[in-house]
Design a protein around this ligand. Structure first.
Ligand code: AMP
Length: 290
């Protein structure tokens, strides 16, 4: 596996691979890799000829400085994991490489940001869209792989690709969980022991909501209330940031009729980590349009 920090060297590598007729799969990450990232690398290795991953803790998408300063890092372990999952090139740029001139030009996301993490972390998705625009331009991938763990990000990256005419296909990959149900996240190591014991309840609450939908409940207030009730009983240490039920991938509010794909998404703050999780459910067709 090649390790590159220089964008010109990466561009040259990609150009040569494309001359050989190879397709390029790209997995952007912020490092401190785990099985969630590994699943994206493996999917990329199955479906693209060459796999490029980036590990870059992007300062512009952090809303809280201490979250950025304390973001966990372990480059040596990341290199081993990426290599074992079939990554061909790991791109590890410095901040100055990605941001050579103090944010003179940035990308602003105008849609799908008034809900979920866009609402509670204003500016976060502008930072995400800005760094991805830079990375997509450097890597020029044919395919990009993103995890549904960050479902709002997946929806926004779809819009970014469409808005800027990137000739890229996005492949969304399922959420990988610990055996107790907690969604794998680089931030899980920042949970205190008693918070880590409580954290699997977050997914259980989401399952309560999706079970209600599967049993025929179509009133979104009732679904949110059932998740909230579960958390009131089982989540004592975490503070609920949001519980929302939205159409997916539009991220619009569910009106009286619930059909198509629906997301139940939550965010919960613990002392040193803010966790997010979601489930998506297919609610079937709108009968009136049949
Ligand atoms: P991050 O390093 O947190 O920026 O994540 C990089 C990519 O890995 C994003 O597309 C995430 O959605 C994805 N990812 C993170 N955690 C998981 C997980 N538990 N399951 C699937 N994908 C994940």
């Amino acid at each position: 596996m090649l390790q590159l920090a220089d964008s010109a060297a990466l561009r040259e590598f990609v150009r040569n691979q494309k001359k050989l007729g190879k397709t390029i799969g790209f997995v952007p990450t912020m490092g401190y890799l785990h099985e969630g990232h590994a699943s994206l690398f493996k999917k990329a290795a199955e479906t693209s000829d060459v796999v490029i991953a980036s590990s870059f803790v992007n300062p512009t998408q952090f809303v809280e400085n201490d979250d950025y300063d304390n973001y966990p890092k372990d480059n040596k372990r990341d290199v081993r994991l990426a290599e074992s999952c079939g990554v061909n090139v790991l791109f590890l740029p410095e901040v100055e490489t990605i941001y050579p001139n103090e944010q003179q030009v940035t990308v602003k996301v105008n849609d799908k940001t008034d809900v979920l993490c866009g609402k509670s972390r204003p500016g976060h998705f502008d930072g995400v869209a800005t760094v991805l625009t830079k990375l997509f331009t450097i890597v020029e991938p044919n395919y990009v792989y993103f995890g549904m763990k960050d479902a709002q990000q997946v929806a926004i990256v779809h819009s970014l690709i469409k808005s800027f005419h990137f000739p890229i296909t996005l492949i969304a990959c399922p959420i990988i969980r610990e055996t107790d149900g907690l969604a794998k996240s680089s931030r899980n190591v920042r949970l205190l022991p008693n918070e880590r014991r409580e954290a699997p309840e977050l997914y259980k609450g989401l399952q309560v909501g999706s079970e209600k939908i599967r049993n025929g409940e179509r009133n979104f207030d009732q679904i949110i209330a059932s998740v909230r009730r579960y958390y009131e009983l089982h989540v004592q240490l975490g503070v609920i940031d949001y519980i929302e039920v939205l159409n997916y991938p539009e991220l619009t509010r569910v009106k009286d009729k619930m059909y198509g794909r629906i997301i139940i998404a939550i965010a919960v703050r613990y002392s040193n980590a803010r966790l997010i999780d979601n489930v998506t459910i297919d609610c079937g067709h709108d009968e009136s349009e049949a």
